[in-house]
Design a protein around this ligand. Sequence first.
Ligand code: ADE
Length: 248
Amino acid sequence: MSTDQAPIAILSALPQEQEGLAHAVAGLQTVRRAGRDYGVGVLDGQPVVLALSRIGKVAAATTTATLLEHFGARAVVFTGVAGGVGADVAVGDVVVASGFVQHDMDASPLFPRFEIPLTGTSVQAVDPDWSQRLLEQSRLALAGHTFAGRASRVHQGLIATGDRFVCSADEARALVQRLEAAGHGALAVEMEGAAVAQVCNDYGVPMAAVRTISDRADDTAHVDFPQFVDAVARVYANAIIRGLLQSL
Ligand code: ADE
């Protein structure tokens, strides 16, 4: 037990992704700040604060800054869903982020495409130790699981973030090609990770993220999305986060 420590922040975009976790938190207290509810308590012997980023980069940055400034989180772990854009990344797989790029950042010709102005970098780093723990727990959580008759796999790689739900095969292909032309091979797309990582890097707080692939960012991306979150992503997120906390 190390409940006198600063909390570990568990962040997701959608409420369904955290339902199981919130029920398991001992002494759960809800603190409201900047229009968001933060769930403070103890989970598996670790002080935690559960929060929802909401959707998109700005919303995620607000939640993350509050987690760090107000709650003094010592690490931020993001769990959620993403669209798979890597060739062998299928629905039901999991991607642990090795870094994040903002696929909609473009201040060219002032700065190179994808570079965050005045930082000299396009890729937001994640914390290697927390990411390694997430990788190990993801492998344990997915062992023996199948989706649509195929064994679910754990990948580690770059995740591309932007303020778009990508739901066209043509758009996904073009996005991947643009990133590849700049040397960024992305496995998945989502809407918050790069913002969370950037805020955490600004504050020098470790961040790691895991995303379950809910769709292929193509023309059927929106189909069965809520059902997938409920039936698959929530279950994986629960197992991975509980495993992570118990391993500390
Ligand atoms: N999150 C889950 N699927 C996504 C997609 N296709 N685009 C952006 N964010 C997502």
